[in-house]
Design a protein around this ligand. Structure first.
Ligand SMILES: O=c1[nH]c(=O)c2[nH]c(=O)[nH]c2[nH]1
Length: 315
C-alpha cells in the first residue's frame, strides 16, 4: 500500500512518543565463583520527527520498538550495568545520536535489589564456598527508580524510590487544625505516624562528563538522609515531616536541586477496648488501609526550577 499525504482536516497531531515498555533484564556478572546481579525493568520512550507515521503510515522514521528492546539486552552485554542511571544514559545517548529523526529519548528504569544469602541462613546442609556466592534473596524494602531524558543537547536525570514503608511509634502529634461542623477528628498528642514513601529527586547535572554524580553513592546517601529526617523529626503533621525529609536531602546532597514526595498517611487508629473493660494506653491500633490522607509536595533548592511533574507516580 502506498503512503497517503497528510489529509487536509482541521486536526493536528499533538505530543507523541513510542518505545518498548518494561523490558525485564537481569545481568549476571561472574567474578570467578562470586556472582553479582543487576535486575532492572527498563522502559524506552522515543520522540522526534514522527508526523508521517501518524498521518500517513510511513514507517521510514520509526526504529521498531522491537529493536529498542533488543538494544536494552545488547547494551547489558556491551556496556554492562554499572548503575540504573548510567545504563539509562548509554541508552538515551544511543537512540538520539544514531537515529536522525529521533530527537528525544526518555529511559525509565525500576531496579529490584537483591542481597546475598548468608551461608548460615541457607539451610542446615553445609555449603561449599562458592555456593554462597551465587545465591541471592530479593530485598523487600523499596524499588529504586530513575528516569533519564536526553534531547541531544542536555540531560535530565530524576531518580527516586517507591514502596518504602516507614513508621514512628511516637514523636508525632496532630492538633490545632481548622474545624468546621463536619470535623470529628480528635486532636492527637501522641500518635503513630506511618507512610509509604514515593519520592523523586532531580539532579542538577545536565551532561558535563567531568561532573557526573556517583549515582549509587548518591542513592544510598539520599535514602539515608530521608530516613533520618523521618525518624528524627518531632512531627506536628506529615506535611512538616515531608518538608524536613526534602530539606535534609537538599542540605546534604549538592547534586540534587529538587525533591518531590507523595506520602500516603497510613492511619493507625486506637481501638476502643472499653467495651471489654480494658484500657488502651496507646498500645493497640487498627491499621486502616483506606481512605488515607495523601500529602504531596516539592522541596527545592532556592532559585531552582520545579520540573518534577506534580503527578509523578508513573515517573
Ligand atoms: O499529618 C496530618 N496531616 C493532615 O493534614 C491530616 N489530616 C488528618 O485528618 N490527619 C492528618 N495528619
Amino acid at each position: 500500500m502506498t503512503a497517503h499525504p497528510r489529509p487536509a482536516r482541521p486536526v493536528v497531531l499533538g505530543q507523541n512518543q513510542y518505545g518498548k515498555a518494561e523490558n525485564r533484564v537481569v545481568k549476571v556478572t561472574r567474578d570467578g565463583a562470586t556472582h553479582h546481579i543487576k535486575d532492572l525493568n527498563v522502559s524506552v520512550s522515543l520522540s522526534g520527527d514522527m508526523d508521517d507515521v501518524h498521518y500517513s503510515g510511513s514507517n521510514a522514521h520509526v526504529l521498531p520498538t522491537d529493536t529498542t528492546k533488543n538494544t536494552v539486552y545488547a547494551f547489558a552485554k556491551e556496556h554492562g550495568i554499572e548503575s540504573a542511571e548510567q545504563f539509562g544514559i548509554h541508552l538515551a545517548r544511543h537512540f538520539v545520536t544514531s537515529q536522525g529523526p529521533i530527537h528525544r529519548a526518555r529511559i525509565r528504569i525500576e531496579e529490584y535489589a537483591w542481597e546475598r544469602i548468608a551461608s548460615s541462613d541457607a539451610g542446615s546442609r553445609p555449603l561449599g564456598a562458592d555456593e554462597v556466592r551465587h545465591s541471592f534473596v530479593r530485598t523487600g524494602q523499596e524499588t529504586r527508580l530513575t528516569q533519564v531524558t536526553y534531547d541531544g543537547a542536555s540531560w535530565e536525570v530524576v531518580s527516586g524510590l517507591k514502596d518504602l514503608v516507614v513508621m514512628n511509634t511516637t514523636d508525632s502529634e496532630f492538633w490545632g487544625y481548622a474545624k468546621d461542623r463536619y470535623t470529628t477528628l480528635k486532636e492527637a498528642h501522641d500518635r503513630i505516624l506511618a507512610t509509604e514513601v514515593s519520592g523523586r529527586w532531580r539532579f542538577g547535572w545536565t551532561g558535563d562528563a567531568e561532573r557526573m554524580p556517583h549515582w549509587d553513592e548518591s542513592y544510598e546517601q539520599t535514602k539515608k538522609h530521608m530516613l533520618r529526617a523521618f525518624a528524627e523529626t518531632y512531627s506536628l503533621s506529615l506535611q512538616q515531616t515531608l518538608y524536613q525529609m526534602g530539606a535534609r536531602i537538599i542540605d546534604h546532597r549538592d547534586e540534587i536541586d529538587e525533591v518531590r514526595f507523595s506520602l500516603p498517611n497510613k492511619h493507625h487508629f486506637l481501638v476502643d477496648l472499653e467495651p471489654f473493660g480494658l484500657e488502651n494506653d496507646n498500645e493497640v491500633y487498627f491499621a486502616a488501609d483506606r481512605p488515607y490522607g495523601l500529602i504531596e509536595a516539592t522541596v527545592l533548592r532556592d532559585g531552582s526550577e520545579a520540573r518534577i511533574p506534580v503527578d509523578h507516580s508513573n515517573l
